[in-house]
Design a protein around this ligand. Sequence first.
Ligand SMILES: CSC[C@H]1O[C@H](OP(=O)(O)O)[C@H](O)[C@@H]1O
Ligand code: ADE
Length: 290
Amino acid sequence: MGGWTIGVIGGSGLYEIDGLGDAEPVTVETPWGAPSDTLVRGTIGDVTLVFLPRHGKGHRLTPTDVPYRANIDALKRLGCSDVLSISACGSLKEQYAPGDFVMVDQFIDRTFARNKTFFGPGMVAHVSMAEPVCSRLSGLAGDAAASIGAAVHRGGTYLAMEGPQFSSRAESHLYRQWGCDVIGMTNMPEAKLAREAELPYATIAMVTDYDCWRDDSEAVSVSNVLEVIKNNTDKAKKTLLALVENLQGTTRTPSPQGIETCLDFAMITAPTARDPALLAKLDAVAGRVL
Ligand SMILES: CSC[C@H]1O[C@H](OP(=O)(O)O)[C@H](O)[C@@H]1O
Ligand SMILES: Nc1ncnc2[nH]cnc12
């Protein structure tokens, strides 16, 4: 039984988690630089959690400055089997109200100023992002959220914008026309990098506001986000504990999407054309196949 080591990336408002009796800080250096902060590792029963605050403690890092590659590499290096992101987001649809949780299953990536891949000259890989979320992890997290009384929406498209400024009204209306459900600034390239590292990824997008498309709501601002975030964060912490409780005594099996072996079909560079220096940097992310 066991085998679950869940990396938890805490977003705005979630800078630590509860319930880890044996919590220990772990400092990790990666070939991609330092992660956002010291990680915290601990266990509850037979489940291990590794927590990382995405913006660093004290919220020091903008969405653009988050070291996404170092964060995912560090979680992989510490032996995580799965990665659960917990994020604040704006709602692009009436039915997703502030306080609701959306179990995102698709992304549109509109970010443009971030490192989006571990690969590069001397080792080219193309992973599939057709199904960017692990349906099992997302389902389990959604069940846990529902069990603590959160309003949970299963499925939804998350528009990842660069930020750090919020959207204009014209942009917000455009994303609605595209059929997007929620908007945030951080889940890309995080989800892409998790996939390259063969880590099943899911996100709980916690709605804090209606962005700026709604005539009878105030446009999103840090103050109205902060008003909702405290309550969302309490629910997120309870959700995590419920998730871990539900996993007790279960044995982890491979993800239904075959994410743990996705690099088997992704790497195209001939062995003779590979760059040894890049291969060395890929030791944690792609060590299984290199
Ligand atoms: C403080 S509101 C904007 C901020 O919150 C979200 O971050 P995270 O996904 O880490 O919770 C959003 O993406 C922005 O970075
Ligand atoms: N409206 C919004 N746009 C982008 N990121 C957000 N995070 C929380 N609310 C947001």
